[in-house]
Ligand binder design. Structure first.
Ligand code: GLP
Length: 259
Protein backbone atom coordinates (compact mmCIF):
# COMPACT_ATOMS: atom_id res chain seq x y z
CA UNK A 1 0.00 0.00 0.00
CA UNK A 2 1.20 3.52 -0.81
CA UNK A 3 -0.21 6.49 1.08
CA UNK A 4 -0.21 9.99 -0.43
CA UNK A 5 -1.23 12.82 1.93
CA UNK A 6 -1.83 15.84 -0.27
CA UNK A 7 -2.76 19.46 0.23
CA UNK A 8 -5.79 19.86 -2.00
CA UNK A 9 -8.37 18.10 -4.11
CA UNK A 10 -6.83 19.15 -7.43
CA UNK A 11 -3.47 17.56 -6.59
CA UNK A 12 -5.24 14.46 -5.24
CA UNK A 13 -7.16 14.14 -8.50
CA UNK A 14 -3.99 14.55 -10.52
CA UNK A 15 -2.08 11.87 -8.58
CA UNK A 16 -5.01 9.44 -8.81
CA UNK A 17 -5.45 10.20 -12.52
CA UNK A 18 -1.76 9.43 -13.13
CA UNK A 19 -2.42 5.89 -11.88
CA UNK A 20 -5.47 5.44 -14.12
CA UNK A 21 -3.67 6.96 -17.09
CA UNK A 22 -0.67 4.68 -16.64
CA UNK A 23 -2.89 1.58 -16.65
CA UNK A 24 -4.94 2.75 -19.66
CA UNK A 25 -1.85 3.72 -21.63
CA UNK A 26 -0.21 0.35 -21.01
CA UNK A 27 -3.43 -1.43 -21.98
CA UNK A 28 -5.98 0.37 -24.20
CA UNK A 29 -8.44 -2.46 -23.44
CA UNK A 30 -8.21 -1.81 -19.71
CA UNK A 31 -11.25 -2.76 -17.64
CA UNK A 32 -12.10 0.10 -15.28
CA UNK A 33 -13.72 -0.38 -11.89
CA UNK A 34 -15.66 2.78 -11.06
CA UNK A 35 -16.98 4.21 -7.81
CA UNK A 36 -19.75 6.67 -7.03
CA UNK A 37 -19.93 9.20 -4.19
CA UNK A 38 -18.31 12.59 -3.91
CA UNK A 39 -14.73 11.33 -3.37
CA UNK A 40 -13.93 10.36 -6.99
CA UNK A 41 -15.62 13.37 -8.64
CA UNK A 42 -12.45 15.47 -8.96
CA UNK A 43 -10.64 12.43 -10.38
CA UNK A 44 -13.36 11.98 -13.02
CA UNK A 45 -13.12 15.68 -13.93
CA UNK A 46 -9.35 15.33 -14.31
CA UNK A 47 -9.73 12.21 -16.49
CA UNK A 48 -12.28 14.02 -18.68
CA UNK A 49 -9.82 16.92 -19.11
CA UNK A 50 -6.99 14.55 -20.00
CA UNK A 51 -9.29 12.78 -22.45
CA UNK A 52 -10.18 16.10 -24.11
CA UNK A 53 -6.49 16.98 -24.27
CA UNK A 54 -5.86 13.71 -26.15
CA UNK A 55 -3.79 12.13 -23.38
CA UNK A 56 -6.09 9.22 -22.60
CA UNK A 57 -8.85 7.45 -24.45
CA UNK A 58 -11.40 4.87 -23.37
CA UNK A 59 -12.77 3.78 -26.75
CA UNK A 60 -11.66 0.19 -26.23
CA UNK A 61 -12.24 0.10 -22.46
CA UNK A 62 -15.05 -1.36 -20.44
CA UNK A 63 -16.23 -0.31 -16.99
CA UNK A 64 -17.87 -2.04 -14.05
CA UNK A 65 -19.26 0.01 -11.20
CA UNK A 66 -18.86 -1.17 -7.64
CA UNK A 67 -22.47 -1.07 -6.58
CA UNK A 68 -26.05 0.06 -7.06
CA UNK A 69 -29.07 0.66 -4.85
CA UNK A 70 -31.82 -1.95 -4.98
CA UNK A 71 -35.27 -0.75 -5.90
CA UNK A 72 -34.79 2.76 -7.30
CA UNK A 73 -36.90 3.28 -10.41
CA UNK A 74 -35.03 3.26 -13.76
CA UNK A 75 -33.67 6.73 -14.52
CA UNK A 76 -33.67 7.86 -10.85
CA UNK A 77 -31.04 10.64 -10.73
CA UNK A 78 -29.40 9.15 -7.61
CA UNK A 79 -29.12 5.66 -9.04
CA UNK A 80 -25.48 4.84 -9.57
CA UNK A 81 -25.94 4.11 -13.28
CA UNK A 82 -27.23 7.66 -13.77
CA UNK A 83 -24.46 9.05 -11.54
CA UNK A 84 -21.63 7.43 -13.46
CA UNK A 85 -23.06 8.36 -16.87
CA UNK A 86 -23.60 11.97 -15.81
CA UNK A 87 -20.24 12.42 -14.10
CA UNK A 88 -17.91 10.38 -16.24
CA UNK A 89 -18.77 7.81 -18.88
CA UNK A 90 -21.04 10.01 -21.05
CA UNK A 91 -18.31 12.67 -21.04
CA UNK A 92 -15.56 10.46 -22.49
CA UNK A 93 -15.50 7.98 -25.37
CA UNK A 94 -16.30 4.87 -23.34
CA UNK A 95 -18.95 3.02 -25.38
CA UNK A 96 -22.33 3.19 -23.57
CA UNK A 97 -22.86 -0.56 -24.04
CA UNK A 98 -19.62 -1.21 -22.15
CA UNK A 99 -20.67 0.70 -19.03
CA UNK A 100 -21.81 -1.90 -16.53
CA UNK A 101 -23.59 -1.31 -13.22
CA UNK A 102 -25.36 -3.98 -11.14
CA UNK A 103 -29.03 -4.26 -12.08
CA UNK A 104 -30.62 -2.80 -8.94
CA UNK A 105 -34.19 -3.17 -10.16
CA UNK A 106 -33.87 -6.74 -11.46
CA UNK A 107 -36.80 -8.98 -10.51
CA UNK A 108 -34.26 -11.31 -8.87
CA UNK A 109 -31.47 -9.13 -7.40
CA UNK A 110 -29.55 -12.19 -6.11
CA UNK A 111 -29.38 -13.67 -9.61
CA UNK A 112 -28.42 -10.25 -10.99
CA UNK A 113 -25.58 -10.04 -8.44
CA UNK A 114 -24.24 -13.48 -9.40
CA UNK A 115 -24.48 -12.59 -13.11
CA UNK A 116 -22.57 -9.37 -12.50
CA UNK A 117 -19.76 -11.21 -10.73
CA UNK A 118 -19.55 -13.63 -13.68
CA UNK A 119 -19.47 -10.74 -16.15
CA UNK A 120 -16.45 -9.24 -14.35
CA UNK A 121 -14.69 -12.62 -14.48
CA UNK A 122 -15.60 -13.04 -18.16
CA UNK A 123 -14.00 -9.64 -18.82
CA UNK A 124 -10.84 -11.10 -17.24
CA UNK A 125 -11.18 -8.97 -14.13
CA UNK A 126 -10.70 -5.32 -13.33
CA UNK A 127 -7.41 -3.66 -14.23
CA UNK A 128 -7.82 -0.48 -12.22
CA UNK A 129 -10.37 -0.10 -9.42
CA UNK A 130 -11.35 3.37 -8.18
CA UNK A 131 -12.57 3.38 -4.57
CA UNK A 132 -13.98 5.71 -1.95
CA UNK A 133 -14.56 4.72 1.67
CA UNK A 134 -17.63 5.05 3.89
CA UNK A 135 -17.29 6.65 7.30
CA UNK A 136 -18.02 3.20 8.77
CA UNK A 137 -15.16 1.68 6.75
CA UNK A 138 -17.22 0.22 3.91
CA UNK A 139 -15.91 -0.07 0.37
CA UNK A 140 -18.42 -0.50 -2.42
CA UNK A 141 -21.37 -1.13 -0.12
CA UNK A 142 -19.63 -3.87 1.91
CA UNK A 143 -20.79 -2.98 5.39
CA UNK A 144 -19.15 -4.17 8.64
CA UNK A 145 -19.62 -7.82 9.51
CA UNK A 146 -19.57 -9.31 6.01
CA UNK A 147 -17.19 -11.93 4.69
CA UNK A 148 -13.79 -10.63 3.64
CA UNK A 149 -13.97 -13.09 0.72
CA UNK A 150 -17.48 -12.18 -0.47
CA UNK A 151 -18.46 -12.06 -4.14
CA UNK A 152 -20.97 -9.63 -5.67
CA UNK A 153 -24.10 -9.91 -3.52
CA UNK A 154 -27.22 -8.22 -2.22
CA UNK A 155 -26.38 -6.27 0.94
CA UNK A 156 -28.12 -4.29 3.66
CA UNK A 157 -27.07 -0.71 4.37
CA UNK A 158 -26.22 0.43 7.89
CA UNK A 159 -28.16 3.26 9.46
CA UNK A 160 -24.95 5.33 9.37
CA UNK A 161 -24.50 4.83 5.61
CA UNK A 162 -28.12 5.72 4.99
CA UNK A 163 -27.70 8.87 7.09
CA UNK A 164 -24.45 9.74 5.24
CA UNK A 165 -26.18 9.30 1.88
CA UNK A 166 -29.42 11.09 2.85
CA UNK A 167 -27.86 14.31 1.49
CA UNK A 168 -28.51 12.92 -2.01
CA UNK A 169 -32.16 12.20 -1.16
CA UNK A 170 -33.45 15.63 0.02
CA UNK A 171 -31.81 15.00 3.42
CA UNK A 172 -34.47 12.37 4.13
CA UNK A 173 -33.01 9.09 5.44
CA UNK A 174 -36.34 7.37 4.77
CA UNK A 175 -35.86 7.93 1.03
CA UNK A 176 -32.46 6.16 1.02
CA UNK A 177 -32.86 2.54 -0.11
CA UNK A 178 -32.17 -0.10 2.52
CA UNK A 179 -30.56 -2.62 0.15
CA UNK A 180 -27.92 -2.63 -2.55
CA UNK A 181 -26.05 -4.90 -4.91
CA UNK A 182 -22.32 -4.57 -4.34
CA UNK A 183 -19.18 -6.16 -5.64
CA UNK A 184 -17.90 -8.30 -2.77
CA UNK A 185 -14.64 -7.73 -0.96
CA UNK A 186 -13.23 -10.83 -2.67
CA UNK A 187 -14.26 -9.40 -6.05
CA UNK A 188 -12.66 -6.02 -5.28
CA UNK A 189 -9.47 -7.71 -4.06
CA UNK A 190 -9.01 -9.33 -7.47
CA UNK A 191 -8.50 -5.95 -9.15
CA UNK A 192 -4.93 -5.66 -10.44
CA UNK A 193 -4.45 -2.02 -9.39
CA UNK A 194 -6.55 0.14 -7.10
CA UNK A 195 -6.70 3.77 -6.03
CA UNK A 196 -8.75 4.89 -3.02
CA UNK A 197 -9.60 8.53 -2.38
CA UNK A 198 -10.78 10.02 0.91
CA UNK A 199 -11.30 13.57 2.09
CA UNK A 200 -12.58 15.15 5.27
CA UNK A 201 -12.53 14.62 9.00
CA UNK A 202 -15.51 12.22 8.94
CA UNK A 203 -13.35 9.67 7.08
CA UNK A 204 -10.36 9.98 9.45
CA UNK A 205 -11.16 7.01 11.68
CA UNK A 206 -12.04 4.73 8.74
CA UNK A 207 -8.79 5.77 7.03
CA UNK A 208 -6.79 5.10 10.21
CA UNK A 209 -8.32 1.62 10.39
CA UNK A 210 -7.76 1.00 6.67
CA UNK A 211 -4.07 1.87 6.85
CA UNK A 212 -3.11 0.95 10.41
CA UNK A 213 -5.84 -1.20 11.94
CA UNK A 214 -5.98 -4.97 12.17
CA UNK A 215 -7.66 -6.71 9.23
CA UNK A 216 -11.21 -7.36 10.36
CA UNK A 217 -14.80 -7.49 9.18
CA UNK A 218 -15.54 -4.65 11.63
CA UNK A 219 -13.71 -2.29 9.22
CA UNK A 220 -14.21 -3.91 5.78
CA UNK A 221 -11.70 -1.63 4.00
CA UNK A 222 -8.89 -3.18 6.08
CA UNK A 223 -8.98 -6.15 3.69
CA UNK A 224 -7.17 -3.84 1.25
CA UNK A 225 -4.01 -4.16 3.35
CA UNK A 226 -3.47 -7.39 1.38
CA UNK A 227 -4.12 -5.78 -2.00
CA UNK A 228 -1.09 -6.16 -4.28
CA UNK A 229 -1.16 -2.60 -5.64
CA UNK A 230 -3.18 0.01 -3.76
CA UNK A 231 -2.62 3.76 -3.69
CA UNK A 232 -4.47 5.62 -0.91
CA UNK A 233 -4.88 9.32 -1.71
CA UNK A 234 -5.85 11.53 1.23
CA UNK A 235 -6.29 15.13 2.21
CA UNK A 236 -4.91 16.35 5.55
CA UNK A 237 -8.27 15.99 7.33
CA UNK A 238 -8.79 12.38 6.23
CA UNK A 239 -5.18 11.64 7.28
CA UNK A 240 -5.54 13.35 10.65
CA UNK A 241 -5.80 10.14 12.72
CA UNK A 242 -2.88 8.33 11.09
CA UNK A 243 -0.29 7.47 13.72
CA UNK A 244 2.57 7.31 11.21
CA UNK A 245 1.53 10.21 8.96
CA UNK A 246 5.02 11.75 8.94
CA UNK A 247 6.56 8.46 7.86
CA UNK A 248 4.05 8.08 4.98
CA UNK A 249 4.84 11.65 3.89
CA UNK A 250 8.54 10.84 3.83
CA UNK A 251 8.00 7.65 1.82
CA UNK A 252 5.71 9.46 -0.63
CA UNK A 253 8.14 12.30 -1.16
CA UNK A 254 10.90 9.76 -1.86
CA UNK A 255 8.55 7.93 -4.23
CA UNK A 256 7.74 11.08 -6.23
CA UNK A 257 11.42 12.23 -6.24
CA UNK A 258 12.54 8.96 -7.85
CA UNK A 259 9.66 8.67 -10.37
C1 GLP B 1 -21.28 5.22 -0.90
C2 GLP B 1 -20.74 4.28 -1.99
C3 GLP B 1 -19.28 4.01 -1.81
C4 GLP B 1 -18.57 5.30 -1.52
C5 GLP B 1 -19.01 5.84 -0.19
C6 GLP B 1 -18.37 7.17 0.16
O1 GLP B 1 -21.98 4.60 0.10
N1 GLP B 1 -21.43 3.05 -2.10
O2 GLP B 1 -18.77 3.36 -2.96
O3 GLP B 1 -17.17 5.09 -1.47
O4 GLP B 1 -20.40 5.99 -0.19
O5 GLP B 1 -19.03 8.21 -0.46
P1 GLP B 1 -18.48 9.67 -0.55
O6 GLP B 1 -17.33 9.61 -1.47
O7 GLP B 1 -19.60 10.49 -1.11
O8 GLP B 1 -18.11 10.08 0.83
Amino acid sequence: MKVAILSDEKIMASVAADTVEAVCTANPHAVLGLATGSSPLALYRELIERHRAGRIDFAQSRSFNLDEYVGLPAGHPESYIEFIRRNFTDLVDLPAAEVHVPEGNASDPHAAAAAYDRAIRDADGIDIQVLGIGSDGHIGFNEPGGSLASRTHVGFLTEQTRRDNARFFDGDVEKVPTHCITQGLGTIMESRHAVLLATGENKAEAVHQLVEGGISARWPATVLQSHPDLLVVLDEAAASQLELADFYREVWSEETRTR
